[in-house]
Design a protein around this ligand. Sequence first.
Ligand code: HEC
Ligand code: HEC
Length: 209
Amino acid sequence: MTRHWIWVTLAPGIVFLTSPAFAEGDPAAGQARAVVCAACHGIDGNSINPEWPSLAGQGASYMVTQLKRFQSGERENVLMSPQASTLSEQEILDVSAYYAAQTPKIGIAQADQKTLNLGELIYRGGILERGIPSCIACHGPGGTGNEPAQFPRLAGQHAAYVILQLKSFREGFEAHKIHTRQNPMMNEVAAKLTDREIEAVAHYISGLY
Ligand code: HEC
Ligand code: HEC
């Protein structure tokens, strides 16, 4: 009788101890699943094509959200959407845990000093008179993001990819077109930026580490 009672009391505790690790994703399983992702995102999450994002060191919870958006069609991309559609719920957690644990390469900005100065100005201070907030406020002084808030890491990201995303956010706000990215915070930030300002801040970001 007594033994039976102890087992019943302990059993839920065992389930409780093992499930949180499972829910966070298994980086080793993620590494195996990410073999197909490496063609575009690089074996260690540092991509070579400037239009394909690097994922190394990116926030896991941010990546989980994005992969689910590709699956639901809320975010669309002709190359990425079919890739996301093949992932199970657990595989999404695993690949995100794997990429989050990889080391990002040190960013090197490829732009003239005038462009980088304008980019730094926007990134660090925003443009007050036009109501553009500083990027620092959410993405951090070094561009490392904020994992719990799902503000993505930007440091060292390819400028070409950042430019594409900022324009997607901007068009999403102006025209509510499909195939654009919808996020109330970023739609508002990007709506007020000119092409020149987008390019400048993107190049500045690509040199952050
Ligand atoms: C054929 C190339 C290709 C392959 C293979 C690929 N991706 Fe992507 N991925 C992309 C592109 C391009 C984007 C950017 C899409 C956009 O502009 O919205 C992207 C975006 C992403 C993002 C969002 C990044 C961000 O910063 O918002 C994640 C996460 C991601 N991919 C994970 C994966 C995973 C996991 C796999 C493997 C199952 C994979 N990708 C396979 C091309 C690819
Ligand atoms: C109020 C908070 C906030 C501010 C201020 C902000 N961002 Fe963001 N940013 C976000 C959030 C949240 C996301 C993720 C959006 C999503 O889930 O699609 C994001 C996403 C992005 C992305 C896409 C990253 C990727 O990997 O695809 C870029 C690029 C970006 N922000 C650049 C900027 C720049 C440049 C500025 C300053 C001009 C800025 N952000 C200011 C909150 C903010």
